[in-house]
Design a protein around this ligand. Structure first.
Ligand code: SF4
Length: 165
């Protein structure tokens, strides 16, 4: 078995056409350079919970004291519990060293995802619920956003941190 660390990666960053609009977010640096140092495990939480491609958009919505992930149209479907349960099962099933997740996503974003009121006004920024659940339940797992890996040196520094863990 390979001794390279296992890193979970948002599937869209690896070129999989899993975004709500059927497109991807292929990122050459992650696909080509990170894979020289790590085994990459693609994950799209929204597809994994059965939302399909293409799909109606989901968004982070402040409901009372909770942040929910609700699906358009009219925020009728609440997928929060599905995303939370999937996050926990995913981490339990895989011996991950870290995750590299797509920015600004209501599932994968870390601190940079738009948060809305129930009436649709932007009221701030928060974390996607897949990422937020992992940070809360498994705080030792390192999560970085794709925007933090912009250069070959960023990749090397990220991998060094995995090796010193
Ligand atoms: S950001 Fe996350 S949930 Fe959205 S398409 Fe990419 S992997 Fe799927």
């Amino acid at each position: 078995m390979s001794s390279l660390p296992l890193v979970g990666v948002s599937a869209c960053l690896l070129g999989q056409s899993v975004r709500y609009d059927g497109r991807d977010k292929y990122t050459a640096l992650i696909c080509d350079e990170l894979k020289q140092y790590c085994r990459l495990l693609a994950v799209c939480p929204e597809v994994e919970i059965g939302l399909g491609v293409p799909r109606a958009k989901i968004q982070l919505t402040q409901v009372g004291t909770s942040i929910k992930v609700l699906q358009m149209p009219e925020l009728r479907r609440d997928v929060s519990a599905d995303l939370q349960n999937f996050a926990i099962e995913f981490i339990k099933q895989h011996d991950l060293s870290a995750l590299v997740l797509q920015d600004k996503s209501p599932s994968c974003g870390v601190g940079n995802t738009k948060l809305y009121s129930p009436s649709g006004e932007e009221i701030g920024l928060s974390s996607g619920l897949f990422a937020a659940t992992i940070m809360e339940v498994f705080p030792d797992i390192q999560i970085v956003q794709a925007s933090q890996l912009q250069t070959s040196e960023d990749i090397v520094q990220f991998v060094k941190k995995l090796e010193t863990k």
